[in-house]
Design a protein around this ligand. Structure first.
Ligand code: SAM
Length: 292
């Protein structure tokens, strides 16, 4: 437990998709002056150094944010994301989800960050602070349930576990179902990886024990709930057949705001081809629960 360090993965294509979605949802919430709350259940360190030993070991950022360095776009939201992250890449850094929220939220909004790993919690505390930011050294699943509903009834929850443990997929479903009962107007964004199971292990996997099987089970369990709506967005940098390891990722968004689907589609239309590692790269946006 807890061997995961996001510094090995910062700025990869999964981060790019997740943070673009985060920015679009937060921009939607900012359309009204009324304050809101942002929860990050699995915050990480907040800011990452792309010249760290960890980053340079995997170089995952090269198949993510580094591919967008020279992209110019007329898409306003994509341009906003790129402008923000390029401000960090000048210093060989990449902002994590807490830092993106910190950049975007206003003085009247609340930022609630949770991180369970001792060192990452200390890193987060030294990287981020502000009057409207609270940082909790606790289990994000337990913390979210303890702190919902927030005083400000509008808001967003980002759930971004490392999925190191098989139990985390189930824990996401259980936590979200309970949290939704307490706070049914919050927007919940759940990130998940698309990982090809290693060939040598494929035979010993049942569909329920493979990462792919667990992601699918999580998706199906959430699709069966009585949510107002559920939007799925996936970005693949190649096809599963061509892939080794993580070939894409997705987000499940409960209470997706109006027009999030079309805004994501126009941003991804420009971004997905840049991130594709071959002609098989693609993106998809589907309503798993349509609003009545
Ligand atoms: N959301 C971050 C971002 O986009 O910049 C990245 C988060 S990283 C994928 C997952 C983080 O969750 C790690 O820093 C890990 O230490 C932490 N973690 C693992 N289990 C946790 C738990 N139950 N509660 C809170 N944090 C946890």
């Amino acid at each position: 437990m807890f061997s995961y360090r996001h510094s090995f993965h910062a700025g990869n294509h999964g981060d790019v998709l997740k943070h673009l979605c985060q920015l679009i949802i937060l921009s939607k919430l900012k359309e009204k002056d009324k304050p809101f709350t942002y929860f990050d259940t699995h915050s990480g360190a907040g800011v990452y150094h792309l010249d760290s030993t960890e980053s340079l070991k995997t170089r995952e950022f090269q198949s993510g944010i580094a591919k967008l360095t020279d992209v110019s776009t007329n898409n306003e939201l994509l341009a906003q994301y790129l402008k923000m992250v390029m401000g960090y890449s000048k210093f060989n850094q990449y902002p994590g989800s807490p830092e993106i929220a910190h950049n975007l939220l206003r003085a009247q909004d609340d930022i609630v960050l949770m991180e369970w790993h001792n060192n990452e919690y200390e890193n987060l505390k030294s990287n981020i602070n502000g009057r409207n930011i609270s940082i909790h050294h606790r289990d994000g699943f337990e913390g979210l349930l303890a702190m919902t509903p927030p005083k400000m009834k509008r808001g967003m929850v980002l759930i971004d576990p490392p999925y190191e443990l098989a139990t985390e997929y189930k824990q996401v479903v259980e936590t979200v179902v309970k949290a939704y009962k307490k706070w049914s107007t919050g927007i919940y964004a759940i990130w998940y990886p698309l990982i090809k199971d290693r060939k040598e292990n494929a035979e010993q996997f049942t569909s329920a024990s493979s990462k792919q099987g667990q992601s699918q089970a999580m998706l199906q369990a959430l699709s069966r709930q009585d949510f107002k709506n559920l939007l799925q967005v996936e970005l693949r940098v190649t096809s599963e057949e061509q892939a080794e390891g993580m070939y894409g990722s997705g987000l499940l968004i409960i209470n997706a705001p109006w027009q999030l689907d079309t805004q994501l589609a126009s941003a991804l239309k420009e971004m997905a081809p840049q991130l594709a590692s071959d002609a098989k790269g693609s993106f998809a946006i589907n309503w798993l629960i349509e609003e009545k």
